[in-house]
Ligand binder design. Sequence first.
Ligand code: KIV
Ligand code: ZN
Length: 530
Amino acid sequence: MSKQADRIIIFDTTLRDGEQCPGATLNIDEKLVIAKQLARLGVDIIEAGFAFASPGDFEAVKKIAEKVGTENGPVICSLARAIKADIEAAAEALKPAVHGRIHTFISTSDIHLEYQLRKSRAEVLAIAQDMVAYAKSFMDDVEFSPMDAARTDPEYLYQVLEGAIAAGATTVNIPDTVGYTTPSEFGAMIKGIIENVPNIDKAIISVHGHNDLGLAVANFLEAVKNGARQLECTINGIGERAGNAALEELVMALHVRRQYFNPFLGRAENSEAPLTNIDTKQIYKTSRLVSNLTGMLVQPNKAIVGANAFAHESGIHQDGVLKNKLTYEIMDAQIIGLTDNQIVLGKHSGRNAFRTRLKELGFELSETELNKAFVKFKDVADKKKEISDWDLEAIVNDEIQQTPELFRVELVQVSCGSNTQPTATVTLRTPDGEELTDAAIGTGPVDAVYKAINRVVNVPNELIEFSVQSVTGGIDALGEVTIRLRHESRVFSGHAANTDIIVASAQAYVNALNRLYSALHKEVKEKVTA
Ligand code: KIV
Ligand code: ZN
């Protein structure tokens, strides 16, 4: 049997694998905000990034280690290839964390060995052992992943895992890197590992999987039944290509069907003890935060956190739910915090009430951020009588996300309607503090605004996604605009909330352009100093 954990360990990789999806790039402050929320959600381990990948990644891992890796906080982890320099960077960035983990990996499938690594099985086996031992010289908690394990020859996989555990790995992670496996195959693979790796009792078995065939969550649940005890997942299932296994789906499946899963963890079938440490009431809030900051929208029919996940449209369903919720509902919306949206503040609420409610919601803002958010709050409260928790979150997320503020929207004016050519005038403050105004006509008001903005910013880009959603019900609701644009092959996202959706559209676009502009300038700077 693998090293026994009496519950399921949740390893969140939103900030590492999740951030690898096009356009989901987050700055350090945004990563920190998400890490703090993940800690509130109760994840056991936060994979905060890949420290060696770039100075920005290194700083993000370090900052999260410092601010979130506290005595009672989660384990903070950095990814590292099975290369000394990677492991050293991970160890250095993780120094401030009370509980740190190095996660080192190397491919083991023949196809990766032959075409990507160009190394023999014997060479990879030796590297895996040596690099786990090297990581172990920095910290006790070491995780090893044989990349593309699901397509690796099982006999060779057993050898590599045995070697990694002998060298000190305390967790061995089994990745389905390309999302190829099926539930019964993956379950059998975990069973095979338990039966054939002699020292498996010294390590926790973890699973990691991509959703290319839409099977990631099902694969993980089968792995749990066969002895896996750590699940590597992301909020909203974001990640490379089709994404990773979604945290909220795994946690809620294990919660709602705990009587089914209990015996696989050696518990009595009717045990009510939770199978994970997750505070399920934080799920919805975390999902919104990640979606807002990454610009990765949640599809309406997404399980657990999609807008329609708890909506009953058909007459028969509505009739049943009104008579008894259990007829068509397997879980209450309250359990994921969906109904915790209270109307709390209004036009006459002062700074103290504002600050106090934000604190209760778990936001810790600096004085400058609080001042900015309060100005925006007053502006919204002037237009919208009642401000709910979700409005507050939208306002604060907007403020957090505004960095780097290179261009700033000073004015947006549109003229549109039937029998009129939509026209927009915009004034932007440039990074040099200059105010530039331009105007354009377009096919609609948003198109006209974007054309006018482009005339000022002057960086070629293609708009690839534009979405408007209302934060709450009601005609006076805040509108949230999320956009994604492409420059050459790179994708940048922007998000903004305003009661005026044209203004929100302009701000979201400028946010995305600011990210693009700052990436281009960083590259120029790096070239100059190289
Ligand atoms: O998908 C994968 O194989 C990974 C590894 C680095 C664990 O992300
Ligand atoms: Zn992955």
